[in-house]
Design a protein around this ligand. Structure first.
Ligand code: ZN
Length: 283
């Protein structure tokens, strides 16, 4: 069996078909080092029991997915979004998650004011940072590909996310950083320099892997397994490893095609894909 201890399975990859407890068993049985669960699988469960199950199975939590979008059409709604994220952060702490992933949200409903959305995001993260610190769960801002700026995230490049971190956390508390996902960032002419800077700034909290298919037929649900597309994953994974990144390489594949398969079939394919990258995680 290949050594997959440096890899984690984001449960979205499995299509949210099974309970969190069944998923923990299946992922651990394949030898993966961790898991990144989604709130839809955790909220409504006994979180303490889930955390115990994770420990018993020997799985780390590479991240907890994900924030409620921050920008809102009213102050009241913005406050509710912040509060919702506070609740999720408490669950992330129980799960001992390496980070809470911030997919920050795009334009507020009915708005065309992107600078305002970005200001609401900055203010929201500033409001959450003391909670993150008190709970011991770092916030990982995930820059999303610009095609999602309107509806999912108005933070779109690593550079922009790092600027936000510097502005909100100039002392580098250790509780604000980035989730770098190759799907969203592979095209960036500054990718290599920005990975280096993120690591040098001690802000690299999570690394998400998948592939960009050509042609891509759906903006959200057509990601590829590593190796099926055009991203130079070996090179990028090698760079991330060489920065000293101590976290897990998290496999996150949203794919309507993949989700036609059963979780055990998807995990089989995930094992092969991660095994093909394992040599790039050797230190
Ligand atoms: Zn991601």
């Amino acid at each position: 069996m290949p050594d997959l201890s440096r890899f984690s399975i984001n449960t979205a990859t499995l299509g949210h078909q099974a309970s969190i407890h069944a998923t923990i068993e299946a992922v651990a049985a394949r030898g993966f080092g961790g898991i990144a669960p989604w709130r839809r699988e955790i909220e409504g469960e006994n979180v303490v029991k889930v955390a115990q199950h994770l420990r018993d199975a020997g799985l780390k939590v590479s991240g907890y997915c994900r924030s409620t979008y921050l920008p809102a059409a009213s102050r009241e709604a913005w406050r509710r979004n912040v509060e919702d994220n506070r609740r999720a952060l408490r669950d992330a702490a129980v799960l001992e998650a390496a980070c809470f992933v911030l997919v920050v949200g795009g334009l507020a409903d009915g708005s065309k004011d992107l600078p305002d959305a970005r200001a609401q995001v900055a203010e929201g993260i500033a409001a959450l940072l003391p909670d993150a610190e008190a709970l011991g769960v770092p916030l990982a801002i995930e820059p999303l590909h610009p095609m999602y700026a309107a509806d999912r995230a108005c933070v779109n490049t690593i550079s922009q996310a790092l600027e936000l971190c510097s502005a909100l956390d100039p002392q580098t508390s250790g509780f604000l950083g980035l989730a770098v996902d190759v799907y969203h960032t592979w095209w960036d002419p500054e990718l290599s320099a920005m990975i280096a800077r993120t690591a040098a700034d001690n802000r690299l909290l999570a690394f998400h892997i998948n592939d960009w298919l050509v042609p891509t037929t759906d903006l959200l649900m057509d990601r590829g397994m590593p190796g099926d597309g055009v991203i130079d994953l070996g090179r990028i994974t090698r760079q991330v490893t060489d920065t000293g990144f101590a976290g897990l390489m998290e496999l996150e594949v949203f794919s309507a095609k993949l989700w036609q398969l059963r979780p055990d079939e998807i995990l089989e394919s995930a094992s092969l894909a991660c095994a093909s990258l394992a040599s790039y995680t050797d230190t």
